[in-house]
Design a protein around this ligand. Sequence first.
Ligand SMILES: Cc1cc2nc3c(=O)[nH]c(=O)nc-3n(C[C@H](O)[C@H](O)[C@H](O)COP(=O)(O)OP(=O)(O)OC[C@H]3O[C@@H](n4cnc5c(N)ncnc54)[C@H](O)[C@@H]3O)c2cc1C
Length: 392
Amino acid sequence: MSVSVWRDHSKGADTIAVDVAVIGAGVAGIAVARQCEKRGLSCAVIEARDLAAGATGRNAGFAMTGLADPYEALVERFGRKTARELWTVSQANLEEIVDDVVGGEGVECDLVPCGSVVAAWDEAERSILERSCAMLVHDGFDVCWLEGDALFAKLGSRAYDGGIFVAKDHGIHPVKLVTGIASRLRAAGVHLLFGHEVRSIEQHKSLVTVHTSRSTVTASYAVLCTNAYTRTVEPSLGALVQPVRGQALCLEGVDQSLRALLYTDDGYQYARPLPDGRVVAGGWRRAYADEEVGLGDEWSIGVQAGVERWLRERWPQWAEARVTHRWSGAMGFSPDGIPLVGALSDRPRVAYAVGFTGHGMGFAFAAARAVMRRVLQEGDAGIFARERLDRV
Ligand SMILES: Cc1cc2nc3c(=O)[nH]c(=O)nc-3n(C[C@H](O)[C@H](O)[C@H](O)COP(=O)(O)OP(=O)(O)OC[C@H]3O[C@@H](n4cnc5c(N)ncnc54)[C@H](O)[C@@H]3O)c2cc1C
């Protein structure tokens, strides 16, 4: 956000010195701070609002492998090796959440091992998904094809006639996830600065200075984890991350027939059961692509009505169910759909991990490792490296 000279009250603000200043307290920022803590680096997480105020606190809690595009489309676009790597990296990301964050560090986040079904919306999607499933099995991924009664047992709807089942995918409570990690980090000495809006980031020689609305943070490195909001903090990255709005709703009074995360119509429609018996669903962005952009967090009647109509048509048993919550959030889309890790060309100590393209739960922990590898010059950012865009 820009600030006029008249409204700038930051002069004389507190100064904090740390090794790494992380900007943004969503899942990406918290995952980067966790990496800093593991490496013994002092760290401050600087957040304009509060924990999970952005997309992290507004998503559907799908901890899923892969991207929205089916595997065959990824292979066509990026080649087999890159497609396989994308799936491998997101699988490792999921294992890190399940085994390390929840299993090892004891973070409570309503993790449900229900698996996911990427189901065919129509005949065309069915063929591409069937071929994708065969390719995934060939490449060693633990997935299988479901149809008929086996699919019905997962979805509770006869409106789908085929889909890929990924048994290791989980449902998650995204706010509990980041709150649990943040509490542990705070106890370990990580500074969590909420309500500190970053106004500018300078680098002079090897010192980075982050000026916020209420503080000045000096650091050896800064990492931008501002996803959709990146352009408001660092306009030079504006073209790299497009803000796209996603909407969701919560339905109560449903039966328990939906038993897996459901992703369909290339990810444009999705629904999942919650542990308390409700259903969270969202999507319908395809029909409103031109309107569903920007950083606003209002919801719209057209999208919400589309999601509701879809649910009631395909699960007639939910006809009497009641919508309890409607919301939206701003996602950051990268040019090719793969998250971006890089550093500013004019301030090389200012790195970024952004552009999660609707899949931050599936990639943020892996991207946090990649950005720290890059910052500390231990290696490159692998599949996330921003430099890939220059080669296209
Ligand atoms: C409706 C919806 C459903 C979704 N469903 C899923 C899903 O099921 N699974 C999945 O993997 N992904 C899903 N996503 C996408 C997912 O939520 C994002 O990919 C992920 O949360 C991105 O995390 P982040 O930390 O990069 O960004 P954010 O969570 O958006 O965090 C960025 C933070 O930066 C802060 N910030 C901005 N400007 C400044 C500043 N100047 N100074 C300081 N701080 C600043 C913001 O306040 C914000 O808290 C969904 C998104 C939406 C909107």
